[in-house]
Design a protein around this ligand. Structure first.
Ligand SMILES: [Zn+2]
Length: 485
């Protein structure tokens, strides 16, 4: 089997030429029969493929924030959830494939809102064209939004490979390259110097298939407005890792999602000059009292504006010498040379002049996000893979534990990872919750993460549009590939 998987994966790189494939066919089907078509490339990973599937006697955490429910039956027909209810109440048709799974929990597929297909933070940036999709899907991420690309054409090709069924992976939304202001300090960003240029670049990437654009921290208020206007005119949304522009200013400009939360909000830097990224941003937040009346008032204003925020708590933990430990299972996914480099990065945390995140800063970030949600704010989450040893999929699951630590109930934390993400993407009618009518994007885990948060890592089967993928086979196929392909 392993030999066969290797052969399949080796071929995927050569199969990147476009062809009308499985996912294109999926979109052309009428809504009632939208089960994911299984291609030859996907078959080695598929463990459940039947028109009618009954998951029987599972605990359901449905993504809406409702209390978890034990002893449930979830019925899936043609890729759609058609019934959810107690065992014995939901009738299981005789022709259904019966999957009796007591001791297991079913959650909606995760919606990742800060994902990357490149592996950065190491000397040689490489695209995770094969390993990224496998690892996301293996850990239950069924929808992933890129939060910027350093290799945008490779990311686009990766999306096409997934959409055509040449590679198992999440429904992947691309942004194209990072956009920034003329003052950018990043060689990987496209600096924008005029409104006409912003319109031209966004029109191009819209035509290339981008559905969001990602802006960086040196953009001015005026240029951010131009970007938002140009993007919205083409039906695209805008997200940003901001600095020159405060969260309040960006919300006012109509941004569609703010990345990273408190740590990047320059609103709290004393003496902040308009359109200037203060160098102390992302550090000073460790000394700011997140409970102060001024911060609390700003949180309430932001929540009231309706501007969503994306939590990336877990990646910042990977910059904490005090807290972060390299995960053996994640490290096994790295190419051996890249693994040595990541281990060196980790050992050098706090000594190499790079970003470090103190436990006090993490506590402040958690408090800020918790209070934002209590104030009515819409919070989603994403991983932000990085060379600190923080990988696709693993990071999305670590967010769950950190949201729990922030004070959210298990049900509320799952909602942040699922339905809230779907709402931010504008897809809440389609995905994000285990309710009849929605697409059967589901994650079956052993145990119960509401009782033991670590159980969320025990992913057994991940369903995309009703087709179940074996998590272990996906993980095994990604072993050693991060940093290579
Ligand atoms: Zn990022």
């Amino acid at each position: 089997m392993i030999v066969r998987l290797r052969r399949v994966l080796a071929c995927t790189a050569a199969w990147l030429s476009a062809s009308a494939g499985a996912y294109d066919a999926l979109r052309a089907q009428p809504a009632a029969t939208r089960r994911l078509p299984v291609t030859d490339a996907m078959r080695p990973f598929v463990s459940v493929d039947a028109p009618l599937v009954a998951l029987i006697d599972v605990t359901v955490i449905d993504g809406t924030g409702a209390p978890s429910a034990a002893h449930q039956t979830v019925l899936v027909r043609d890729g759609r959830i058609v019934a959810v209810g107690p065992v014995g109440v939901v009738a299981v048709p005789p022709r259904a494939l019966r999957l009796e799974r007591p001791g297991h929990t079913l959650i909606p597929g995760l919606v990742g809102l800060h994902e990357h297909s490149y592996f950065g933070g190491v000397k040689r940036i490489t695209q995770m064209s094969t390993s990224g999709p496998l690892l996301y899907l293996a850990h239950g991420v069924t929808t992933a939004m890129s939060a910027g690309s350093m290799l945008p054409y490779q990311e686009r090709a990766m999306k096409q490979a997934i959409d055509a069924g040449r590679l198992p992976g999440p429904d992947y939304l691309i942004t194209g390259p990072y956009l920034d202001g003329a003052a950018t300090v990043s060689i990987n960003a496209r600096p924008l110097t005029s409104a006409a240029e912003a319109r031209r670049v966004i029109a191009y990437w819209a035509a290339e298939g981008a559905t969001w654009v990602k802006v960086q921290g040196r953009i001015s208020r005026a240029m951010l407005r131009e970007v938002i206007q140009a993007a919205h005119a083409r039906g695209l949304k805008v997200t940003g890792h901001l600095c020159s522009v405060t969260f309040a200013e960006a919300a006012d400009a109509g941004i569609d999602a703010l990345q990273h939360g408190f740590i990047t909000a320059s609103d709290y830097v004393p003496g902040k000059q308009p359109d200037v990224c203060p160098p102390e941003n992302m550090r000073i937040q460790s000394t700011i009292d997140a409970g102060s009346p001024a911060v609390q008032a700003s949180i309430r204003r932001l929540a009231k504006s309706g501007t969503p925020v994306v939590s990336t708590l877990a990646v910042y933990e990977s910059f904490s010498r005090e807290r972060f430990r390299l995960d053996t299972a994640a490290m096994a996914m790295l190419d051996p040379d890249v693994r040595r480099e990541v281990e060196a990065n980790h050992a050098a945390l706090g000594t190499d002049g790079g970003l470090t995140v103190s436990p006090a800063l993490l506590t402040n970030m958690m408090r800020w996000e918790y209070d934002f949600v209590q104030a009515g704010g819409l919070l989603g989450a994403g991983s932000d893979p990085w060379g600190t040893g923080f990988l696709p999929g693993f990071g999305n699951l670590r967010n769950f534990e950190m949201l729990r630590e922030a004070g959210f109930s298990a049900e509320a934390a799952i909602r942040i990872l699922t339905l809230n993400g779907a709402r931010i993407l504008g897809r809440a009618q389609e995905i994000g919750a285990i309710t009849p009518g929605r697409r059967a994007d589901l994650v079956l885990v052993e145990g119960n993460p509401a009782v033991n948060p670590q159980d969320l890592y025990r992913v057994v089967t991940v369903f995309r549009a009703g087709v179940g993928f074996d998590a272990k086979r996906l993980r095994d196929a990604a072993r050693g590939l991060v940093g290579v392909r």
